[in-house]
Ligand binder design. Structure first.
Ligand code: ZN
Length: 131
């Protein structure tokens, strides 16, 4: 079994672990977002990690891409898809055929990630909420 060691006071462990998860997932997502932004010729303004209870990511009209910190528990190909999905919204603010064509250009086998999220999504949302 892989183990994670958290230094410091045990009572602060959940907080520290949570901060670490957020920092790690931000790093990984930044790499994916950058890559897809180049592929799709978009210009994301800001990347935010949030405690989104029902969504994996979102894209604002101002160009901020937000992602759920719980994606840290998802495999890299899923992270890659969620990043591409939100980047594609910078060009198409809808889920129409043109939008899905962009997603496919960025991640040709994105269906695999969609299936993964459908199968495992509820499980991921069980991990500690901030409130
Ligand atoms: Zn969407």
């Amino acid at each position: 079994m892989p183990a994670l060691f958290v230094s410091g006071d045990p009572e602060h462990a959940p907080r520290r672990l949570h901060d670490w998860f957020r920092a790690e997932v931000r790093k990984d997502l930044a790499v994916c977002v950058e890559k897809h932004a180049q592929t799709l010729s978009c210009n994301p303004k800001r990347l935010a990690i949030r405690d989104q209870a029902t969504r994996w990511g979102s894209c604002s009209t101002s160009g901020t891409l937000s992602f759920s910190w719980r994606l840290i528990f998802a495999p890299p190909f899923v992270l890659d898809y969620v990043a591409a999905h939100e980047v594609a919204h910078l060009r198409e603010m809808n889920h129409g055929p043109r939008f899905w064509r962009l997603v496919r250009d960025a991640v040709p086998n994105y269906h695999r990630a969609k299936i993964w999220l459908k199968t495992n999504g509820t499980e991921l949302h069980r991990f500690g909420s901030e409130t």
